[in-house]
Design a protein around this ligand. Structure first.
Ligand SMILES: [Zn+2]
Length: 468
């Protein structure tokens, strides 16, 4: 890829800024906080969707130096942001404000490009690493206080954070560079590149309308008419491409809407939309309505919508999961397990079905089911060793079986996968004290505990030396 005009060489800046592993560690620290935020979206269907969309773009980055992780935050404010280390967050408000999947891909491509061009590290290139660490830890506090303004910490931090907010703005050069690299990624990944310009243009108009109350996105990513013109000029030089939205895009948006506001309002909103006939896909509206009805405990009506969706030939793991969740609410665990088992076989890559299946089996409460959960979780973990939720489900199953060493050992891995080193060490201590494992298990726990304590000492040493 070409080096941007008028911007310093990447290698040069990196030497004065933050190293790639240090940036990743910092990002992980921030993420450990964000995952505890009540508005962090743990829903596997939404999380998987945004990650698949993001990874489709990332797979076209040349020489990517950091793994990427995408996540969603429940917040009506239009915003998207890149944290150090390849973590990219998107607010539900922004997802709902996009009018096509290519528009959403455009926002992600822009954020990905801030990361691949090391804009954060370059922005703070002149600051010492100690300053950088304290600046970013304040940014974390700001993020945490975002939706909880009445939390005491929020008030204490607000003053200092206001100063940081202005420093976290990307420069116009960075914005132009992120637009240019982002458009390139979109094109390579097969999206409609006009999506980026159309979304940013609407944001710009929106910003003019609200002036001082502009969405958070406009404060961190300065938008100007020149930027839009630049984008449009680039787009005009490339061939026109019509790209239909994926089925998942519509379903995930409907699900987000179904869980906003009160259940009865959500039901009324979808019912009115269905009646008006104003929609692109009937399946999206009925899927949203079914989820809203499930939330509102109107299970027969929700089942009617599932039947209608099957008649409309909707073929998606999200529909299977919905059908199973309705059964679970009816306390029909066996029925739910049957649907989820068949669904997992038809859609082997749908993690949400695996989680739901394990949760349903645990809900059934018997030792035989718990043993099955352990088997399935372990098998899945061989494919995705860093899956915190699978580790946590395995821990729950061991707890039901009264296996204390195994329970705490699995819970330690769950915490570790979420970057909570201290909590992981505490669990391993408990695993050791449980004293109900065989010799090999005891020594495995000992070895893991030594390893994590060593890791903690290194982190503390780095911190004392002012490195994140
Ligand atoms: Zn930007």
């Amino acid at each position: 890829m070409a080096v941007a005009d008028g911007l310093p060489d990447l290698g040069e800046m990196e030497r004065s800024g933050l190293s790639v592993p240090a940036e990743r560690r910092l990002g992980e620290k921030i993420m450990a906080e964000i995952r505890r935020d009540p508005d962090y979206v743990h829903d596997a269907e939404i999380a998987d969707y945004i990650n698949r969309l993001g990874q489709r773009l990332v797979s076209h980055v040349e020489g990517a130096r950091t793994p990427f992780e995408f996540f969603v935050v429940r917040d009506p404010m239009l915003n998207a942001f890149a944290l150090p280390g390849g973590f990219v967050g998107v607010h539900t408000g922004l997802i709902l404000a996009t009018r096509s999947e290519s528009e959403l891909a455009g926002v992600l491509a822009h954020e990905i490009s801030h990361v691949t061009q090391s804009h954060l590290a370059r922005m703070f290139g002149n600051q010492s690493q100690a300053q950088l660490a304290s600046l970013l830890s304040l940014a974390v506090a700001l993020l945490a206080a975002r939706s909880n303004p009445d939390v005491a910490m929020g008030a204490a931090v607000a003053g200092q954070a206001a100063g940081i907010q202005t420093q976290l703005n990307y420069s116009r050069d960075f914005e132009r560079e992120a637009d240019r690299f982002g458009l390139d990624l979109m094109e390579k990944a097969g999206f409609d590149i006009r999506g980026m310009a159309s979304f940013f243009e609407r944001m710009l108009q929106f910003g003019r309308l609200y002036e001082n109350n502009a969405p958070g996105y406009l404060r961190t990513h300065p938008l100007t008419t020149e930027r839009i013109t630049d984008m449009e000029n680039r787009i005009a030089q490339r061939p026109y491409r019509q790209v239909p939205d994926s089925v998942e895009f519509g379903l995930v948006r409907a699900k987000i809407r179904a869980y906003a506001g009160t259940p009865s309002d959500a039901v009324a909103e979808f019912a009115a939309q269905l009646k008006s006939g104003k929609y692109a896909r009937e399946t999206d509206v009925r899927f949203g309505l079914a989820h809203a009805l499930l939330r509102d405990n109107r299970l027969s009506a929700a089942e009617d919508e599932v039947a209608a969706l099957r008649r409309l030939k909707l073929d998606s793991p999200l529909l299977e999961n919905l059908a199973a969740q309705i059964r679970l609410k009816r306390k029909d665990v066996e029925g739910a397990v049957r649907i989820l088992q068949a669904g997992s076989q038809r859609f082997p890559n749908a993690r949400s079905l695996t989680y739901a299946l394990l949760e349903a089996k645990l809900g059934a409460g018997g030792p035989a089911q718990a043993a099955e959960v352990v088997d399935i979780a372990r098998k899945e973990l061989q494919l995705t060793p860093g899956d915190a939720r699978l580790h946590a489900l395995e821990a729950k199953a061991h707890a039901m079986l009264g296996e204390r060493l195994r329970e705490h050992r699995a819970q330690a891995e769950a915490y570790l996968a979420e970057g909570q080193l201290d909590a992981a060490i505490m669990q391993l201590d408990l695993a050791r004290q449980a004293n109900d494992g065989d010799f090999y298990e005891q020594s495995e726990v000992d070895a893991r505990l030594r390893e994590l304590r060593q890791r903690k000492m290194e982190l503390q040493r780095n911190e004392r030396n002012g490195r994140p």
